[in-house]
Write a protein that binds this ligand. Structure first.
Ligand code: NAD
Length: 473
């Protein structure tokens, strides 16, 4: 049983002013494994004040000083990889097959930002003027529970690269992971006040940061509904706001696709991170004439997909992160049935043989229409929809008929043809016959999947303001 009763402000672990306690669970057992004392508005204000003080000198540090900090940060996070791995399995329920990668992702994120910084030129010349990219100010960062270490590390590393100081509000459900990350960042020896971590409730600490006049920029990853609230709260002081929100990504199977390759990729794209991934390919678009063939193959593959104990190396899908999330997924499965979609495999309840834990049966619906709730709303669980299409124009129209636009997948034996289709889909990233990631490439969404981009040069520039110095020689 872990007790977390410190937050991190101005270079030190301190007792929060907030007194509310929040239980932490192992989602595979439903047992309480810890308690965290939550920060409140007063703590958030203290954290912002510390970051504001630190900004004065930190914003003037050199590129090489910041590169050294990013290297220390990456080293300190790498040194805690094993602890982070344990916490990711225990507190989040990630299968061990994925947790190692997730634990490494935290340090890797800082290393990638360092690469971006190394090649970035903060000054450029236009005619007779110098354009100087200047740090925007104190950045507020609000993050979700589904890749806690990476989100904190990537956002903070980018802020540091830009010369911004930070106030971070991670998800209250990831407090054990956050504690490890915070200890690592403390060990990295960053100057006091450069980063401050205040775990607390979204509607208390998150809302305070979103409206605070001394916060110049918000970088938020989370749901679209909360993203909109943050945008509204930040409007009063015209904050620069980056939003990484939800998705309902189309996985478009063209009529010439090789199903032996496509079906496994569809399941990886749909079930990654226990189905709790913003980029999950949850709408599988299949040509009408090949639907029966696709159904038979995907059903056989799903029935071999293990949903259960995250510590079993054969497990692909672990539990949902919380009881609330489990009920949410169950409700969507019920809604799918009620609205007339046909259950191809899976369904309500836990997988056979499991009596406890927030486990979901891997579920695939077919005969889904794109106007059904399960095709429109983000479920955030291992529940996929097969939608039949008539021809290419129909496929593209269905792919784009969504309020989201985070990621899309196009599968074809002819990559050039897949690329042409991909070019017509409105999404921040399009995967051609692949499920891949490149941390130097911009990440973010069209439409209600977000505003702005993270990663690479565009991600760095989201923390910078251009200033034109004119009349100089
Ligand atoms: P969430 O929006 O409920 O919470 C995210 C964070 O916002 C948490 O720290 C929460 O405490 C905080 N928050 C809640 N209410 C707030 C408020 N009123 N003001 C300020 N902050 C507030 O999301 P979640 O359930 O933690 O995560 C799942 C969601 O995140 C999904 O919608 C998923 O698609 C999205 N997500 C997006 C990306 C991306 O990069 N696009 C990545 C991962 C997750």
């Amino acid at each position: 049983m872990q007790q977390i009763d410190r937050i991190y402000i101005d270079g030190a672990f301190v007792t929060p002013h907030g007194e509310e306690m929040f239980d932490l669970f192992n989602p595979a057992t439903e047992q309480v494994i810890g308690r965290v004392r939550l920060a409140d508005e007063h703590d958030a204000n203290r954290a912002v004040a510390a970051a504001k003080r630190a900004f004065v000198s930190f914003s003037r540090t050199s590129k090489s000083e910041r590169l050294d900090m990013l290297e220390s940060m990456a080293g300190a996070l790498a040194a805690r990889e094993d602890d982070l791995y344990e916490a990711i399995v225990e507190e989040y329920g990630s299968p061990v097959s994925r947790a190692r990668w997730m634990a490494q992702f935290a340090a890797a994120s800082a290393i990638e930002v360092a690469k971006t910084l190394r090649q970035y030129d903060f000054t450029r010349r236009i005619n007779a003027s110098d354009i100087v990219m200047q740090p925007v100010g104190v950045a507020g960062m609000i993050t979700p529970w589904n890749a806690n270490g990476h989100f904190i590390s990537n956002k903070l590393a980018t802020a540091i690269a830009a010369g911004c100081t930070a106030v971070i509000k991670p998800s209250e459900m990831s407090a054990i992971q956050t504690q490890i990350v915070t200890e690592a960042l403390h060990a990295a020896g960053l100057p006091a006040g450069v980063f401050n971590i205040v775990t607390g409730r979204g509607d208390v600490v998150g809302a305070t940061i979103s409206a605070h006049p001394d916060i110049a920029k918000i970088s938020f990853t989370g749901s679209t509904v909360v993203g909109k609230a943050i945008l509204r709260a930040g409007a009063e002081t015209l904050k620069r706001i980056t939003l990484e929100l939800g998705g309902k990504s189309p996985f478009v199977v063209l009529d010439d696709a090789n199903f032996a390759e496509t079906v496994p990729l569809a399941l990886q794209a749909g079930f990654m991170n226990n189905g709790q991934a913003c980029i999950a390919g949850t709408r599988i678009l299949v040509p009408q004439q090949r639907v029966a063939e696709f159904e038979a193959l995907i059903r056989a593959a799903v029935e071999k997909t293990q949903s259960g104990d995250p510590r079993d190396p054969a497990t692909v899908i672990g539990p949902m992160v919380s009881e609330k999330q489990w009920h949410r997924v169950q409700r969507y499965i019920r809604v799918g049935i009620d609205e007339g979609a046909r259950l191809l495999t899976g369904g309500e309840g836990r997988p056979d043989g499991l009596k406890s834990g927030w486990f979901v049966r891997p579920t695939v619906f077919t005969d889904v229409r794109n106007d059904m709730t399960i095709a429109r709303e983000e479920i955030f669980g291992p529940v996929l929809s097969i939608i039949a299409y008539r021809d290419l124009e129909d496929a593209i129209a269905i792919a784009n008929d969504t309020t989201y636009g985070l990621q899309a997948y196009v599968m074809s034996s002819d990559p050039a043809r897949a690329r042409e289709v991909g070019a017509r889909i409105d999404a921040g990233r399009v995967m051609i016959n692949a499920l891949t990631h490149d941390p130097a490439v911009p990440f973010g969404g069209f439409k209600q999947s977000g505003i702005g981009r993270e990663l690479g040069t565009l991600g760095l520039e989201a923390y910078l303001e251009p200033k034109a110095m004119m009349g100089v020689v």
